[in-house]
Design a protein around this ligand. Structure first.
Ligand SMILES: Cc1cc2nc3c(=O)[nH]c(=O)nc-3n(C[C@H](O)[C@H](O)[C@H](O)COP(=O)(O)OP(=O)(O)OC[C@H]3O[C@@H](n4cnc5c(N)ncnc54)[C@H](O)[C@@H]3O)c2cc1C
Length: 451
């Protein structure tokens, strides 16, 4: 076998990391190692939705991949304009229908474990996976061609030519990469760079669970949540439900928004979460809660919503954090993708989709035949130039969607539908293809220089 062009280490085997590994499989001269902190690759049991723009990227991973993904989707693939999510104003005894979100193509909905499983089953032979490998730190030498050394919490080490941090919101790679960057920026910018290391609390608390469809059906045959996505809006609190797993479950994602606490350091007391987390928290942001705790924020919601809430059997509570807009997602031969680069609020169902887009574009620039060990920093700079502005914009739009749903804006109720649609239509009216073409053009354009 000829010696590899270069060796990529992907730190983190979530959706973003695995999309990169599968996307790089088109380039057999690139060797890939995925280092995952958990004992096994897994996704927690809840739903995830993918919009047409990101689904079209998944289609590029091949017909077999697409077939499997479609098999697990709770909706078929179409490019027609279709009704996607029904919105109701529900914080009152009798709710009212606000609007139906019409989208070109549907929100493809999955059980997270199924979705993740398709990626795992498509990892190529050129990719080696390593479980129980939590990255502790790395050393990137000044020389452009000497290997980067990775150090793991179990005391072991490994080397690579490129390190990609796909290690989620608490990214260890981001922490070290921004420290490296802070050393080379002017002294005034240093603090601002370092301030992006730690995630900030968004003031949002999420309540997540899966509801057994048969239970809801027994209580309320033909309930709309068994058939279509519905979002029940109220002042400062709202929830979204949609069927997944071929109608076996209804995914429930509820939210409260505390506007005065946006971008603060999370404190359980301030968030009024301590009672909910007591004794059950598995880390400081996520905890298991009882059914009563899941439904409490939606007390007073209309009867249609109550039928769903009465079927809740418990769930998890999440203090939703975000990553501040980063000054760069690359430094030398290290780059970040997905939540490590831009963890955002979940109000456009876009975080996983954005990590998929990052990964595919990154694979395109790395896999291009003119990218060599020496030109890796340039390839990563092209990735940053094209992806960072886009994901930053999506994060802002997602935040606005949340404020609209929590009835925290001055938008009159009759204009909510139009405003939300305009803010969100990037997800079904635009494609990654233009950026992919531009990425290839920049890789081939020798006059493009890394500053
Ligand atoms: C309530 C809620 C609902 C959401 N709904 C949607 C939705 O419908 N659609 C959507 O697109 N997005 C949604 N998102 C966002 C989406 O879940 C994330 O954006 C997505 O999972 C990010 O993928 P990732 O691969 O970047 O990171 P992650 O999925 O977080 O994966 C990171 C991986 O890295 C591993 N890791 C961490 N640290 C280390 C280390 N030091 N060394 C090695 N491995 C490490 C972790 O174990 C994990 O496997 C939602 C988020 C929330 C909170």
């Amino acid at each position: 076998m000829p010696s590899p062009r270069f060796r990529v280490a992907i730190c983190g085997g979530g959706v973003g990391g695995l999309t990169l590994a599968v996307s790089l499989s088109r380039y057999p001269d690139i060797v890939v190692d995925v280092y995952e902190a958990a004992q096994s690759f897994r996704e927690v049991g809840a739903g995830v939705g993918i919009w047409p723009r990101s689904f079209k990227v998944l289609q590029k991973l091949g017909p077999d991949f697409e077939q499997q993904i479609l098999h697990y989707s709770s909706s078929g693939w179409t490019e027609e304009f279709v009704p996607s999510i029904k919105y109701r104003k529900s914080d009152q005894v009798i709710g009212t229908e606000l609007f139906m979100l019409m989208t070109k193509g549907e929100l493809m909905r999955f059980h997270r474990a199924h979705f993740h499983g398709v990626f795992l089953s498509h990892l190529p032979p050129s990719c080696t996976t390593h479980n129980a490998k939590r990255l502790k730190s790395y050393i990137q030498p000044c020389s452009k061609t000497s290997p980067i050394t990775l150090a793991f919490t179990d005391g072991s080490t490994a080397t690579c030519d490129i390190l990609i941090g796909a290690d989620g919101i608490k990214s260890a790679v981001r922490s070290f990469m921004l420290r490296e960057l802070a050393e080379v920026v002017n002294p005034h910018a240093k603090q601002s760079v370092l301030s992006c290391i730690n995630p900030v609390w968004s003031g949002v608390t999420a309540y997540r669970t899966l509801i057994r469809a048969d239970k809801l059906r027994a209580r309320c045959p033909g309930h709309r949540a068994l058939l279509e996505p519905v979002q029940y809006l109220g002042k400062d609190a709202f929830f979204l439900v949609y069927p997944i797993s071929h109608g076996q479950y209804v995914n429930f994602a509820g939210f409260t928004l505390q506007a005065d606490l946006v971008d603060t350091a999370y404190e359980a007391d301030a968030a009024n979460l301590r009672p909910s987390f007591k004794g059950k928290a598995n880390n400081e942001w996520v905890g298991e809660i009882t059914a009563e705790q899941v439904i409490r924020p939606f007390k007073g919601f209309e009867g249609d919503a109550q039928s769903i809430l009465k079927c809740v059997e418990g769930g998890t509570i999440w203090a939703v954090h975000t990553v501040k807009t980063l000054p760069a997602t690359n430094f030398g031969r290290v780059a970040l993708l997905g939540d490590a680069a831009h963890a955002m609020m979940p109000f456009q169902g876009a975080g996983a989709g954005q990590s998929i887009e990052d990964a595919y574009l990154l694979a395109t620039v790395l896999g291009h035949k003119s990218t060599t060990l020496e030109t890796i920093p340039r390839a990563l700079a092209i990735y940053d130039k094209l992806r960072r502005p886009f994901s930053t914009d999506v994060a802002l739009r997602s935040r606005l969607n949340g404020q609209i749903c929590a009835l925290q804006t001055n938008i009159p109720l009759h204009k909510v539908g139009d405003t939300m649609t305009k803010n969100w239509e990037w997800a079904w009216l635009t494609e990654l293809d233009d950026d992919l073409e531009e990425a290839v053009r920049l890789v081939e354009d020798r006059s493009f220089n890394v500053i």
